[in-house]
Design a protein around this ligand. Structure first.
Ligand code: A3P
Length: 307
């Protein structure tokens, strides 16, 4: 049942998650009408967890036979990663033809919690695979707060923007975009343990520390493992380099362009681990840590806070 309490951010609580009302309204249509293909790759994340980066990495890796990462005309040099892997829940709203026009294998994406995905995506015999990227909640909170201040300085989805303290309190209550963030992560985590061939679980912090190892894992999972010859030829390194924050941030398209969601430059900031230390007080950090620790108890999952 849909709780009707309205909130800042236009979020509604549905089955334990705070989802934008507009997206909630689109969910029945997505479930009824979205056609998957067995070759589809779904990139899933809670917002501000490295979605843009994962989109770049997955798209470039999966399509490297068509678009070489060495190519000066590579799509990532002309388009923002969000145009290469579109959100099904944003895009489905009236423009599903655009998703259907994408040639196979498609890289699609979603911020929906696992429990809200269509059966056509999660089903045993659907064939499609899901890659999840998680990030430690304190960096997610800070990244999100700064993002919305930048892309929408006067309002966050129609309401006055919050102070960091207000955003923090809401985040701790789970009232963030598709939050509670840690429950979003937990659902995918549990599914990745249950069905490792269906759901690959990656951590932002680990990709940052070991990009090559994680990129190879991603390629193998997507069914396009790197050949020895490709590795020797520098393909893996070239993809890592092409998709790195400094490279993408410096591209003209990402400095001045728009993607179908917003301005491109809003998606590239610092890209480091632990920037929360520059924004949250020790008390705030402790409070959030406690909430998250309790929620994760017994799951076997921990967030990489202090790498
Ligand atoms: P910061 O705000 O901490 O810098 P999302 O893509 O899910 O919206 O997440 C955005 C966060 O990922 C931002 O974090 C952004 O700077 C970072 N990011 C974007 N592209 C990246 C890349 N290529 N490599 C590493 N981090 C990246």
């Amino acid at each position: 049942p849909l709780e009707t309490r309205s909130l800042p951010l236009d979020l509604r609580c549905y089955n334990g998650f705070w989802v934008p009302e507009r997206i909630l309204r689109a969910i029945p249509d997505i479930h009824a009408g979205f056609e998957t293909r067995p070759s589809d790759i779904f990139l899933a994340s809670s917002p501000k967890s490295g979605t843009t980066w994962l989109k770049a990495l997955a798209f470039t890796t999966l399509n490297r036979a068509t678009y070489s990462p060495f190519d000066a005309g590579h799509p990532l040099r002309r388009c923002n990663p969000h145009d290469c892997a579109k959100f099904i829940e944003v895009h489905f709203d009236g423009v599903k033809d655009e998703l259907e026009a994408i040639p196979s294998p498609r890289v699609l994406s979603t911020h929906l919690p696992y429990s809200m995905l269509p059966e056509r995506v999660t089903g045993e015999d659907s064939g499609c695979r899901i890659v999840y990227i998680c990030r430690n909640p304190k960096d997610v909170l800070v990244s999100g707060w700064l993002h919305f201040k930048k892309v929408s300085p006067k309002s966050v989805m129609g309401v006055q923007s919050f102070t960091l303290q207000e955003a923090f309190e809401l985040f701790c209550q789970g009232r963030s975009l598709n939050g509670p963030q840690w429950q979003h992560v937990l659902q995918y985590w549990e599914e990745s343990l249950r069905r490792p061939n269906k759901v690959l679980f990656l951590k932002y912090e680990e990709i940052l520390c070991e990009p090559v190892v994680n990129l190879k894992k991603l390629a193998k999972f997507m069914g396009c493992a790197f050949e020895e010859e490709e590795e020797k030829g520098g393909v893996v390194d070239a993809i890592v380099e092409l998709c790195s924050l400094p490279t993408l941030k410096d591209m003209e398209v990402n400095k001045s362009g728009h993607n179908y969601l917003t301005k491109n430059d809003g998606f590239f900031r610092k890209g480091v681990i632990g920037d929360w230390r520059n924004h949250l007080t020790p008390d705030m950090a402790e409070k959030l840590d406690k909430i998250v620790e309790e929620a994760l108890q017994g799951s076997g999952l921990s967030f990489a806070n202090d790498l």
